[in-house]
Design a protein around this ligand. Structure first.
Ligand code: GLU
Length: 201
């Protein structure tokens, strides 16, 4: 834990099931607690990058859809709605603690293209004292350019900004070498010192 305790630059990823109820509505109490802790860490001098999921689930809930859409058009549309609600909620709550948020929506092609200089945007936001809030740009993401999940995206972001630690807040109790919901043989990985291609696979 000391790597996290001592981390100056911290990337925190939070998953949909942590942020929302099953019907897609926001779990406001949980978001409030998260924002309070992150704001306090910022007050203590840490730099925070938040990678958030939830756009599609929250959008589906807000639109009153019976279930999360499965087709690409439905996901893209739901994400456009949900991303607004997510950012509105984060911005309102971070503002209460005097912190500035910045929305950064990414797709794989953007991160991999050095000319887009995403790293400069993120580092400058941190220099300005803002909290970059990152999600995949699900509204324009299609299979060829998507990360697939925000665990992968957060690992790439952590590498990109040279973070001292990456914290994944999820409903799975640690990092595994496979999805424990799907593979009963999945093994926990207790500590990651280097984020390499093997880990990102
Ligand atoms: N980007 C997706 C969303 O905001 C979530 C992807 C994930 O949960 O890993 O709904």
């Amino acid at each position: 834990m000391s790597a996290v305790a001592d981390a100056k630059r911290l990337v925190v990823k939070v998953g949909t099931s942590t942020l929302t109820y099953e019907n897609g509505r926001l779990n406001l109490r949980r978001i409030e607690s998260l924002v309070k802790v992150l704001s306090d860490l910022k007050n203590a001098g840490r730099e925070i990058v938040l990678v958030t999921s939830g756009a599609i689930g929250v959008g589906a809930g807000h639109l009153g859809l019976k279930e999360r859409p499965r087709d690409i058009g439905g996901k893209q549309a739901a994400a456009a709605v949900g991303q607004c609600e997510l950012m509105y909620t984060y911005d309102k709550q971070f503002s209460e603690y005097g912190h500035v948020t910045a929305q950064v929506l990414l797709t794989r092609d953007v991160v991999e293209d050095d000319r887009r200089k995403v790293v400069n945007t993120l580092c400058r936001l941190l220099e300005y004292g803002a909290v970059p809030i990152i999600n995949e740009n699900d509204t324009v993401a299609t299979e060829e350019i998507e990360f697939g999940d925000n665990d992968t995206l957060s690992a790439l972001v952590a590498e990109l900004v040279g973070a001292d630690a990456l914290v994944l807040l999820t409903d799975i109790d640690g990092l595994y070498d496979a999805d424990p919901h799907q593979s009963p043989d999945a093994h926990p990985i207790p500590e990651v010192r280097i984020i390499d291609q093997n880990l990102l696979k």
